[in-house]
Ligand binder design. Structure first.
Ligand SMILES: [Zn+2]
Ligand SMILES: [Zn+2]
Ligand SMILES: [Zn+2]
Ligand SMILES: [Zn+2]
Ligand SMILES: [Zn+2]
Length: 549
């Protein structure tokens, strides 16, 4: 066991070293199997046959078709096909391990009558490496009707000539190293349908090299290219990525449709091209990079709704001679906002793209009497100033006019807009002169209060005149109440100006009879005494009532 483990790790290291080498080095397939140097021609074999040493078996499937199992085969012919399949029947090719076949054409089969060749990998790393040489007339894999269901297929050399190509899983890696007789990397005439697995194409980049080439030259069968599901299609540098030509008759035939999956194309001339029908990109994630034209539908339309399309090309799209305004749905949005007076948006930075993102009216912020509102999204000022939203509206109190000085009515002033208003909401604008109350023709009392002498009081006006002159109107003010034993005091005071005369004594009473005032005074006192006594009685009764409850 130890020896075996060491052997395998040594083998693994060798394989890893080889796969890391640049250029066209493939894994050394069929290790341990006998190399076959003549073509395996199965076209006339109707009976089951197997060659364990070479790693293949051929058996009828009981339904008119055959099963070819390839297990680490290594077939290398100097001329002719490495493997030739019978015509017009179904053949399932089951891959086990790593298989390597090379010849003028590596794998050949013609199914004009509807037979289908299906490639299946028994495990996810099972593979078939097919290599064609410079004498190839019909490409590396030449099969009329091919389905790759699973497993990994690599081709190297010329392109592959397949009338109808379907892929639902596995991988198909095409390395087109020479462009013999105009075969494209994947050269087709009928429908191409890729709904699973990964197709990766690298061309020699020569002028006229194509990734997927669909030439509807036959009268029957659908044409065009369909990519959907979870397919992954990568076309590395090529002159044109996916191309559907017109029939010789010029009749509309095939369209290119991407409904799902991922498509990445890098082309020197054209990313996708249709001669007659539409290019419909309504799903999936698509990236087209071209040195010239990204998408061109010569007589059809280009429909980009529904997919995420990123395009980098001087001429993004053209359809019927018209350039379409919006080129893609995944754009390179600028980080900065663009805006006009009313709206903001982000522009796509891809050359030639006029698409806008987040296109919306400015919003939020609040305008004042001096400034427009600043959009809370893009910060651009928009709209009009709000004449009713004052930055600092201050109330000015009313000031009456006098004989010598003008006054003003109550008003409000905003030092933002420097305007005057007659109302507290700042809506009714007035002129400053409208707030002025003219000075009065009559004299007005100044703020020095009352002036007086022993008999009269009067005011003065700012102009120096006197006004409101009148005799004092005195009333007595008791300073100290008199008692039976002690004398009190009182003085006269003007009820208007407050002028006071000197105090005079109130003699002590000596008896119960009040000595001051008259009978009317006594009556008032008696009334007061009666009323206060009544109040006390009322309170007493109330209190008693409460305790009885
Ligand atoms: Zn854009
Ligand atoms: Zn804005
Ligand atoms: Zn204002
Ligand atoms: Zn005056
Ligand atoms: Zn007075």
């Amino acid at each position: 066991m130890k020896m075996k483990n060491r052997f395998f790790s040594l083998l693994l290291a060798t394989v890893m070293a080889l796969t890391m080498l640049p250029g066209k080095v493939f894994a050394q397939d069929g290790a341990g199997m006998t190399e076959r140097t003549t073509g395996l021609d199965l076209s006339g074999k109707t009976e089951a046959e197997a060659n364990e040493a070479e790693g293949w078996s051929w058996s009828p499937d009981g339904e008119g078709g055959y099963i070819l199992v390839l297990e680490n085969v290594n077939i290398s012919t100097q001329s002719g096909d490495a493997i030739t399949l019978p015509n017009n029947v179904d053949v399932d090719i089951v891959l086990k391990g790593k298989n390597h076949i090379s010849g003028d054409t590596a794998l050949s089969g013609v199914e004009l009558k509807g037979g289908l060749v299906t490639i299946k990998g028994e495990s996810s790393d099972a593979s078939l490496t097919a290599v064609s040489n410079e004498n190839s007339m019909w490409g590396t894999i030449s099969i009329s009707n091919l389905l790759i269901e699973s497993g990994n297929v690599y081709t190297e050399g010329a392109g592959n000539v397949i009338d109808a190509f379907t892929m639902t899983g596995g991988s198909f890696t095409i390395d087109q190293t020479f462009d013999f007789d105009g075969w494209a990397a994947l050269h087709t005439v009928n429908r191409v349908s890729i709904t699973g697995g990964k197709l990766e194409i690298t061309t020699d980049e020569s002028e006229g090299s194509y990734g997927i080439y669909n030439y509807p030259s036959q009268d029957e069968g659908e044409s065009g290219v369909y990519i959907g599901g979870n397919a992954e299609v990568v076309i590395n540098k090529s002159n044109a990525g996916i191309v559907v030509w017109e029939k010789g008759s010029g009749i509309s035939d095939g369209r290119i449709e991407v409904a799902g999956g991922t498509v990445k194309i890098n082309s020197t001339n054209i990313g996708m091209y249709t001669a007659m029908e539409d290019i419909i990109l309504n799903g999936g994630n698509i990236e087209v990079t071209s040195d010239n034209i990204a998408l061109r539908a010569v007589q059809g339309n280009i429909n980009l709704t529904g997919s995420d399309v990123g395009i980098k090309a001087p001429t993004p799209t053209s359809a019927g001679g018209q350039v379409i305004g919006t080129f893609h749905d995944i754009h390179q949005w600028a980080s900065e906002w663009s805006y006009d007076d009313n709206r903001h948006w982000k522009e796509c930075t891809n050359s030639g793209c006029s698409a806008r993102s987040e296109y919306a009216a400015h919003q939020g912020g609040s305008a004042t009497c001096t400034d427009k509102a600043a959009c809370e999204i893009c910060t651009k000022e928009y709209g009009a100033v709000d004449v009713s939203n004052h930055t600092n509206l201050v109330k000015m109190e009313e000031k009456p006019a006098t004989h010598m000085t003008v006054g003003n009515m109550e008003y409000w002033y905003c030092d933002g807009c420097k305007k005057y208003f007659s109302d507290e909401t700042g809506m009714k604008e007035i002129a400053l002169k409208d707030t002025v109350i003219p000075n009065l023709t009559a004299h007005t009392a100044d703020n020095t209060g009352w002036h007086s002498n022993e008999t009269n009081h009067w005011n003065t006006c700012e102009c120096g005149e006197t006004l409101n002159k009148a005799a004092h109107t005195f009333e007595w003010v008791i300073d100290k109440e008199t008692t039976a034993a002690e004398a009190g005091s009182k003085h006269e005071k003007c009820t208007v100006c407050g002028y006071e005369k000197a105090a005079v004594e109130i003699p002590a009473m000596g008896t119960d009879v009040p000595q001051t005032g008259d009978s009317s005074h006594l009556f008032v006192w008696l009334m007061l005494a009666f009323l206060s006594g009544g109040a006390v009685l009322t309170l007493t009764l109330k209190g008693r009532k409460k305790t009885n409850q």
